[in-house]
Design a binder for this molecule. Structure first.
Ligand code: C6P
Length: 406
């Protein structure tokens, strides 16, 4: 707990009150709060370095470029990628997946090919593939989940075939908390000659990630779920693959030479970064990576697991409460329904107690369909949450039950 108090100190927003109550922020899967170091670095950038990058000969532009490229290398180290040019800055996980679907997909996928996703994917890892299938005549195949919210055993093997071109799979489900067995999936994909894209949006803030050890082909995440700014995210891709892929957006910075007759493209990573990027965001993400590494992801994971275990015990003691997603080894997410109360009412009453959770379909409608639910309530934990806050969550849930006379 001593550690957690020191961590909390870094987050100014945690001191505020909501409806006169101390803020208990349990909507971390939607976005995390930002530590002082990230806020300071962004402010410092605009106060001291602000200039466009890769263009100017003047000092500010060079310093801004150094800071931006320095952030790229921090991300490379964070993911343990082999080469800095394998790190492409995007607006977020969503844009990174769309980049792969548009660039790799449109050039490589043919009618009759198959793309494999799972039933627990976020819409960001479904819709771009559906759009690709519509455009190419490929087929989207779905790995089903079981009642606990895990992939049905044996389903990946049985769905993988010689037409499978790509498996697009989340590392951690945002609606269920399930952690997928990526090692097994990647091995199976390799044997079938398919590529693997991992959606790491819900993983990077909760567990160490090593893309070289994983041997995935693409890995995506968003900065704002990793204590960094919104509007910045990352696509990691193996260099040989990225080199073969065509650019997906045209404009400044992504070109080598432009004439009306022909345009040639820049080298990696710039080929995929058309236009002025979110410079301050990338630098802020670099600071977020520094912050998380200074604390240590093992330590964060251990603390969050402690909170999840406590919440799971309290949930088991609460009559009428049902957890949605009960796989062992879950990460930081408690999705639930309360008999007789709509999740939106739970969220509204909790808000009046200062407790922020998310309610709804969590952009994972197929998961809701699987459980025949319109929505769930979801509490999601971060490094700065405390055991006292978990108690407050359950006291507030007891109040919900009293109000609904259940
Ligand atoms: N999930 C949630 O509340 P963006 O919007 O691009 O930063 O991230 C998209 C995304 C992709 N994959 C997974 C597994 C995600 O959880 C998310 C974002 C948020 O669960 C907002 S819907």
């Amino acid at each position: 707990m001593r550690d957690v108090s020191a961590w909390r100190e870094q987050f100014p927003i945690l001191k505020r009150k909501v409806h006169g109550k101390p803020l208990v922020y349990l909507d971390n899967a939607a976005t995390t709060q930002k530590p002082q170091s990230v806020l300071q670095v962004e402010r410092h950038y605009y106060e001291h370095l602000n200039a466009n990058i890769h263009r100017g000969v003047h000092a500010l532009s060079q310093e801004a470029t150094d800071a931006f490229e320095g952030a790229r290398d921090k991300v490379r180290q964070f993911l343990n990628a082999k080469h800095t040019e394998e790190i492409i800055f995007t607006r977020g996980a969503t844009e990174a997946i769309n980049l792969v679907a548009q660039s790799w997909g449109r050039s490589e996928v043919r009618a009759g090919d198959e793309i494999l996703v799972s039933e627990m994917e976020h819409h960001a890892n479904i819709v771009p593939w559906q759009m690709l299938c519509e455009a190419t005549g490929a087929t989207l195949k779905v790995i089903p989940i079981d009642e606990r919210g895990g992939l049905v055993p044996g389903a990946v093997e049985s769905l993988m075939g010689e037409r499978t071109r790509l498996v697009a799979i989340t590392q951690v489900s945002n609606a269920l908390g399930t952690v997928n067995p990526l090692g097994d999936i990647i091995r199976l994909a390799r044997a079938a000659g398919a590529l693997v894209l991992v959606d790491g949006a819900q993983a990077v803030a909760h567990m160490p990630v090593d893309v070289t050890a994983l041997d995935c082909d693409f890995y995506v995440f968003s900065g704002h779920k990793l204590y960094g700014p919104t509007g910045i995210g990352v696509l990691y891709g193996k260099r040989a693959l990225l080199n073969k892929m065509p650019p997906w957006q045209g404009g400044g910075d992504m070109i080598a030479e432009v004439t009306f007759r022909k345009t040639t493209y820049n080298q990696l990573p710039y080929k995929f970064e058309a236009g002025t990027p979110h410079i301050a965001g990338a630098i802020g993400l670099g600071a977020a990576v520094d912050f998380v590494r200074s604390v240590g992801l093992e330590k964060i994971a251990e603390h969050e697991d402690h909170l999840l275990q406590q919440a799971t015990r309290l949930a088991a003691q609460m009559e009428g409460m049902r957890l949605v997603g009960t796989m062992p080894g879950k990460a930081s997410i408690l999705s639930f329904v309360l008999e007789g109360v709509h999740p939106h009412d739970i969220g509204t009453i909790l808000d009046s107690e200062g407790v922020a959770i998310r309610t709804g379909h969590h952009c994972a409608m197929p998961v809701m369909d699987h459980y025949c639910l319109p929505a769930t309530a979801r509490a999601s934990f971060a490094m700065y949450n405390t055991t006292d806050e978990v108690e407050v969550l359950f006291e507030a849930l007891h109040r919900v039950k009293e109000m609904f006379l259940i």
